[in-house]
Design a protein around this ligand. Structure first.
Ligand code: ATP
Ligand code: MG
Length: 212
């Protein structure tokens, strides 16, 4: 996956990156997760593109695939997923052995083999320790996660992530569902720093693209 340098789409991701920087003026945000209400709302696409453009702001970024339900970050970057996060946690190895460098400033850790006990992994002490280690080497740790309405993993991740971006597919997810999702996230005191509206028809883009 390669973004076109000057396309409208790339500009949208750049705006998102800059807005995150503004939301992080005090420097308290390190771990940022993306989630959505339902499947297929553009989470993986958004977080992968965001990771790429953040390096333009001279940030050191690691993108981790925490969607253990349906990992896909490796596909965006044409990487093998033979080993990754789950293998790292199992083997208690050095995390550097599980990192793919994509471009200067951007590293990716794929999910690794998908286990049946995803919850245990997501809430493990080991993953929190890993994030702590990573935070010493990166400006941002970006996490791709599953949809809130389908599994409990994203809510568990929201408990320790510093910030949450909510992806919403235009005209696909109804308002009630979005409201429910926000309520669930608020219950665990998630810091929702913004929403990204995906799949907006071309002719409505200027009117509807927003971020807060
Ligand atoms: N902004 C966008 N505009 C149009 N199409 C998009 C946009 N973002 C993503 N898509 C398309 O929507 C589909 C789903 O995208 P993606 O895999 O990123 O969603 P997801 O929320 O990660 O899905 P899942 O819940 O399965 O993990 C893909 O075909 C992708 O190309
Ligand atoms: Mg996805």
């Amino acid at each position: 996956m390669r973004l076109k340098q000057n396309s409208y789409v790339t500009e949208s991701y750049r705006k998102l990156a800059v807005n995150i920087e503004y939301a992080n003026i005090d420097g308290n945000i390190k771990t940022i997760m993306i989630t959505s209400s339902m499947a297929n709302e553009g989470k993986s696409t958004t977080i992968s593109n965001l990771a790429c453009v953040m390096t333009e702001l001279n940030k050191r970024v690691i993108l981790m695939d925490l969607d253990l339900r349906k990992p896909s970050v490796h596909k965006y970057f044409n990487l093998s997923n033979n080993s990754g996060l789950t293998d790292l946690l199992l083997n208690k190895n050095n995390y550097k052995n599980y990192i793919h460098n994509i471009q200067p400033g951007l590293d990716v850790m794929t999910s690794g083999r998908v286990p049946s006990n995803t919850t245990e992994i997501i809430i493990s002490k080991a993953i929190k320790e890993l994030l702590k280690d990573l935070s010493e080497n990166y400006d941002y740790i970006l996490l791709d996660t599953p949809p809130i309405m389908l599994v409990s993993d994203p809510v568990n991740i929201a408990i320790y992530a510093d910030a949450v971006i909510l992806a919403i597919a235009y005209a696909e997810t109804d308002k009630e569902t979005i409201k429910k999702t926000i309520d669930v996230l608020k219950q665990v005191n998630a810091n929702i720093i913004g929403t990204v509206l995906n799949k907006v028809p071309q002719n409505k883009k200027n009117k509807y693209y927003y971020y807060y």
